[in-house]
Write a protein that binds this ligand. Sequence first.
Ligand code: NFS
Length: 675
Amino acid sequence: MADVKKVKKAKAPKVANPLEATIDVASQEMIVRAQELGIDTVFDRAVTMKPCAIGLQGICCKNCSMGPCRLPLPKDGIEGEDTRKGLCGATANTIAARNFIRMIAGGASAHSDHGRCVAEVFMAAARKETEAYQIKDTDKLLQIAPALGVDITVDVDGEIKDRDIDEIALEVAEVALAEWGKPEGEILYMKRAPEALYEKWKKLGVLPRNIDREIVEIMHRTHMGVDQDYKNLMKQGTRAALADGWGGSMLATDLQDVLFGTPYPVQSEANLGIMKEDHVNLIVHGHEPVLSEILVAVAQSQEMVDYAKEKGAKGIQLGGICCTANEILQRHGIPTAATFLQQELAIITGACDAMVVDIQCIMQNLANVAKCFHTKLITTHPIAKMEQDNVIHIEFDEAYALEDAKKIVKMAIDNFENRSSEVMIPQYKSSQVAGFGVESIQYHLGGTFRGTYYTLNDNIINGRIRGIAGVVGCNNARTKHNDGHIKVVKELIKNDVIVLTTGCNAIACAMEGLLTPEAAAVHCGPGLAEVCETVGIPPVLHLGSCVDNSRILLAATEVVKAGGLGNDICDLPAAGSAPEWMSEKAISIGHYFVASGVYTVFGVTLPTSGAPVFHKYISDEFEKITGGKWDLEIDPIKHAQKMIAHIDKKRAELGIDKARERVLMDMADRQKLEA
Ligand code: NFS
């Protein structure tokens, strides 16, 4: 007879311990709420489903049907020759390299296809084919045109005159769109990098030819029986990653800025507590601002606000999740509702009247959660639909952008009265200042007369700012939500390292209150605190979404140009980090940072651990090639300390390590005097 006790035990669903799942109190409350309602979330599923150890280490090849070939590391490690091989003979290094660059291909294509959609809308705006979109930021247009080889002046009978803006816009649109598939040449933006870096890429033969080609070539090379040299595979990985960072992502950022406005610092709030019980809550989630820009405008229109009031609500509360959140935050101050891992929780509040999703980082389980509530889950992109039948698809067409947006906002308002279960919004939110970029850093930390990054460089040279860190990337349910993000960032700023953030790291920092100028006095070392207090900026600067990591590349380039800190990005006292990464996009980003000369540390795991030779290649060997290197450090404090050690190494190489000692002595002396 079956042991009833055992059966019962086996059937009891395992759920997450909210205190172990996240450091965020709002999320802890909502995880408990979900469990009370019997709704599983990603936090619970991470408990019940364990990852495959071999896949995790990057050594499972499923590129043909003779496999999957799995090449586990021997228990006692490898002594002597590594004889592991797949059916075709592929080694662990080949398999790990193939998998790694396929991740780059996935990530680069996501960013770049997003960029392409924006470029198409940009073209429609330049051709004046749509009323919904116009060229908004002509300064930015004039700034990027020369980088695309588009003249902004004309010679009329020997007189140089400003060229017509519409003409420039049209030519920029044509040149930009061609970057995805032009038959010859190289990606034009590569020349925006410091000259030394450009020359290095040229010598290495990794300058990307066009965006699509580099991604396609990865798929070809990793097909069964093609490229079988991990170094040569990584060469292509480098090309495609560069095509992402300096190509697709950078174009996405620039064209979005021209269409929707270059961000400047704005104040807002973050966390689930921004939702309001007595308002229609419309949550936008995903990545492309093309639709959300219009949704914001429509939801804020008097017509819609009046309609919401007619339906018994006090107004419309917009909120964002993931990088769509970052896009509408940095341009309109729309509050951020949630990070990647909190998306289901936003619906579990019972107050989400509609969740509108576009592309990327959208969990399919949203549909199952929405089924338990009144929430309308609306997909909008032709390439991103869901199979569940409660999902509504309203395909967004830029030619009818306003109509589509109105339909969606109305649907949310009409749904307000259908709230079925008790509303429970966790009452936690923090203030944040977002919307930084190359231009605003220049404004805040630039020289009065020189208009460059002179003051920032000066503060790095004199040691008040020890160095610069880019901390970015996702949440990952395999590690405590936001814990790595916050510990890494706090450790950096405590040690006078200024942090540039994007993506879900930025949202995590916002929720923790680190994106306010006041955070400087609480969390920073004396040097960084002094700089932040003097110019009135937060110690952690929110630079936008993940495609906006291109802003970090350009900010680093500006630092190089301003002088005194070497002549290449790899000379700078700077480091990169993604403490809780999970997506292929993060691998592509990580690799374009490494290929641009940045020491880049990832948390959680790296799909290279099963192929130690390959891992060593992308870390130590790569440093000799590009000046940047990959590293993995799971412990957040050690993670930050490794970045700081790298920053100090670069300071010593630049001969500015002594200056910092003097500044700190000054500070200590001053504090002694004050005491
Ligand atoms: Ni970036 Fe944005 Fe977040 Fe990760 Fe996803 S939202 S593009 S991929 S999870 S940071």
